[in-house]
Write a protein that binds this ligand. Structure first.
Ligand code: DTR
Length: 336
């Protein structure tokens, strides 16, 4: 008997005797940015936890970098079954998430951990219609957004006419501050920065390291503007086809994953800032207090605009808003 036949016989025997367990459930998980970025780091952590907690009954195949679905096609693509699971940045689809976009308002979140927990609670409390077509597995946010730019911005007036990449309500913030927003997903931003289409971006600072934006943006300005909310969703038919024990594992992971991702994000922002300073000698500016106050006043209309939009969508806007603020205070205190 040659070695191959012997090996085949062993596998056959093992399968017959049940020692090699076939994966019963294989799920494809799509993500839009590259593997080293935080939405993909959390995806790998979720995969590992699910595979372990289901004792190998479930196998998750991950597709970072838009290889299965791109940033803007993510949410629809999962609802329609092109991927079983997908990670969506809600800001890329303005108007589609009138309720949960409340967490993307300029209300002064100081950490991704708090904002992620608030987002999860707001979502579970209101179970909004905007997610009725999918099963939500978890939610989280980026850390508060700050400016990374080619030119130094040390005062509010320096924003005038600057072309800066952002998305959703952060593009609106830029507009109100006198800059020229250029809206695009994060996955298109490296090229826009390299080609000089934009002179900077507004997002959480971990991208200084994960996309090496520190090499293009020697200046950072601390603004603590809005966080970007994310949702990880599963195709509903796929969810309904899963056995109850697997569903339980995934349900338990929902809030846990939100907290894990928030914590990871906050820590990673600090690492990225240190990296940027050490490797690229970047410079961090803070606006003078008077400019910070003026900035808050300038972006405040975004809150009223959201309330109007939410009310138009038939939502109890004020109640949601007040709930969100109360949760923000509670979780921020827990963190201290
Ligand atoms: N949606 C976001 C938030 C974000 C922050 N860091 C990353 C890294 C990779 C993708 C998205 C993000 C934005 O577009 O800025």
């Amino acid at each position: 008997m040659n070695r191959l036949t012997a090996l085949g016989g062993f596998i056959l025997l093992a399968v017959l005797s049940g020692t090699v367990e076939a994966k019963e459930i294989v799920l494809n998980y799509a993500n839009f940015p590259p593997a080293q970025t935080f939405p993909c780091v959390q995806m790998e952590r979720w995969k590992a936890e699910v595979e372990e907690r289901t004792n190998g009954k479930v196998q998750i195949n991950t597709f970072p970098g838009g290889t299965l679905l791109g940033a803007k096609a993510m949410f629809r693509g999962v609802a329609q079954g092109q991927a079983d699971i997908g990670c969506s940045s809600m800001a890329y689809l303005p108007g589609v998430f009138p309720l949960t976009s409340a967490v993307g308002l300029p209300v002064g979140f100081t950490s991704a951990e708090t904002a992620s927990l608030v987002l999860w609670d707001v979502y579970t409390k209101y179970a909004p219609e905007e997610f009725s077509e999918v099963k939500v597995l978890t939610m989280f946010t980026s850390a508060p957004s700050n400016l990374m730019s080619k030119k130094r911005v040390a005062a509010l007036e320096d924003f005038q006419g600057l072309e800066i990449r952002a998305s959703g309500s952060l593009s609106r913030s830029l507009e109100l501050l006198g800059a020229t927003p250029v809206s695009m997903p994060m996955s298109e931003t490296p090229e826009a920065l390299q080609k000089g289409v934009v002179q900077g971006l507004l997002s959480s600072l971990e991208v200084l390291k994960d996309f090496n934006y520190a090499a293009y943006c020697p200046y950072q300005t601390i603004l603590n503007l809005q966080v970007y909310p994310f949702a990880v969703v599963m195709n509903k038919d796929v969810w309904n086809s899963l056995p109850a024990d697997v569903q339980e594992v995934m349900n338990d992971l929902g809030p846990e994953q939100a907290e894990w991702t928030g914590e990871y994000m906050d820590r990673h922002v600090q690492e990225a800032l240190a990296y940027a300073q050490q490797e690229h000698s970047t410079q961090v500016d803070r606006l003078p207090d008077t400019d910070m106050r003026e900035m808050q006043a300038k972006v405040a209309p975004i809150i009223e605009e959201w309330k109007q939009e939410a009310a138009d969508a038939g939502l109890p806007a004020e109640e949601i808003y007040q709930d969100m603020l109360a949760l923000k205070e509670r979780y921020a205190q827990d963190e201290q």
